[in-house]
Design a protein around this ligand. Structure first.
Ligand code: FES
Ligand SMILES: [Fe+2]
Length: 360
């Protein structure tokens, strides 16, 4: 596994952006320890507000992990009270703002340093996201959501938890520019392909056949895959079913990532309100989509780091994409400079551009 520095991405080890940290359904009032950006966190749902709370994991008293405990009486009795959480060691209690609001055995005042960092989290589409910014700034873009996420004609998204992969996130993001892998990995016949970079957005437009997602005589599979920020990829897919593939990856350590996959399908029956059968077909289609994604995932799992590829004519615009990705690893003030010569539409030699830009 190679590090951000080895990839030469920039001055920050972990990128700026919105990152998925959990499926909503899995966050309860039983706190869990999670690790992202090389740090430990305590993640739980407040009993009072129902809101998700993400705190730095280590208690300022004596450094105990607030969430990785199952044997303390505090933990066994339930360490979440209202929206606060009690440390399993000496029962100091921390509010959702991260400030200690009770030390049960100490009559003295609570020292102002008795606090942990509380992170900015939001819930959308059944997932929990955190804003991570090495410069400490406020979000400069919204969490991308599937436009039809509340439309009853669409079967709601379900997530597949793929877990940890020991490759740097750069290798995952490379996929957006990788036109030449579609044939060998996915069995697809790429008819057209292009990338477009603009600000924090990277788009891939692709059309062709796909052995695992459509049949030989089936409709052409056309996809528009969009990264909004460094980690959330939403792919609109027109083929057997109108659907969206949702892929989120979040750095765990410098050189590893946690990955989720999800699919949202327009009710195959065409009904304004999806029914049980639609759900069954959607989940079946999800399995096929997951199988296609697993084809990429297996490569990432076993490859060595690709610090500097041996690219040839016909490869996608990897160099431009890696330059685009650098904006998240550097101060915002450098963004304009970093995106010079990167923004715009880029093609791969010998591959047709997407129909719209061909006509343009
Ligand atoms: S270490 Fe947390 S209360 Fe003592
Ligand atoms: Fe792929």
């Amino acid at each position: 596994m190679a590090t951000t520095q080895e990839y030469g991405l920039g001055e920050f080890t972990f990128p700026r952006g919105w990152f998925m940290v959990a499926e909503s359904a899995k966050v309860t009032d039983k706190p869990q320890g999670v690790k992202f950006f090389g740090q430990e966190f305590a993640l739980y749902r407040g009993k009072q507000s129902g809101k998700v709370i993400l705190l730095d994991a280590y208690c300022p008293h004596m450094g105990t992990h607030l969430a990785r405990n199952s044997t303390s009486y505090v933990a066994m009795d339930g360490s979440v009270e209202g929206d606060s959480i009690r440390c399993p060691y000496h029962a100091w209690r921390f509010g959702p703002d991260g400030k200690c609001n009770q030390i049960p055995y100490s009559p003295g005042p609570i020292p102002p340093q008795a606090k942990v960092r509380s992170w900015k989290v939001e819930e959308h589409m059944g997932a929990v996201f955190v804003w991570h910014d090495p410069e400490g700034g406020e979000p400069d873009y919204d969490i991308p959501v599937i436009p039809e996420c509340n439309d009853p004609a669409w079967v709601p998204i379900a997530f597949d938890d793929l877990g940890l992969v020991n490759c740097h996130t750069q290798e995952i993001v490379d996929n957006i520019t990788d036109v030449a892998h579609f044939g060998p990995i996915h069995g697809s016949l790429t008819k057209y392909f292009e990338n477009e970079f603009k600000g924090q957005v990277a788009v891939q437009r692709m059309g062709g056949g796909h052995r695992t997602l459509t049949t030989d005589d089936g409709p052409m599979l056309e996809t528009v895959a969009t990264y909004t920020g460094p980690s959330i990829l939403i792919t609109k897919m027109v083929g057997t079913h109108e659907s969206y593939i949702y892929i989120a990856h979040t750095p765990v350590d410098d050189g590893s990532a946690y990955v989720w996959h999800g699919l949202m399908v327009k009710s195959p029956s065409g009904a304004a309100q999806y029914n049980e059968q639609d759900v069954a077909i959607a989940r079946q289609y999800q399995e096929m989509a997951l199988a296609a994604f697993a084809q990429d995932f297996e490569v990432w799992k076993h490859k060595r780091p690709n610090i500097k590829g041996l690219y040839v004519q016909g490869d996608g615009p990897f160099i431009k994409q890696r330059a685009w990705y650098k904006q998240f690893y550097n101060p915002r003030a450098m963004r304009e400079e970093l995106l010079k010569g990167v923004e715009g539409i880029h093609h791969a030699r010998g591959i047709e551009p997407a129909p719209a830009s061909k006509a343009a």
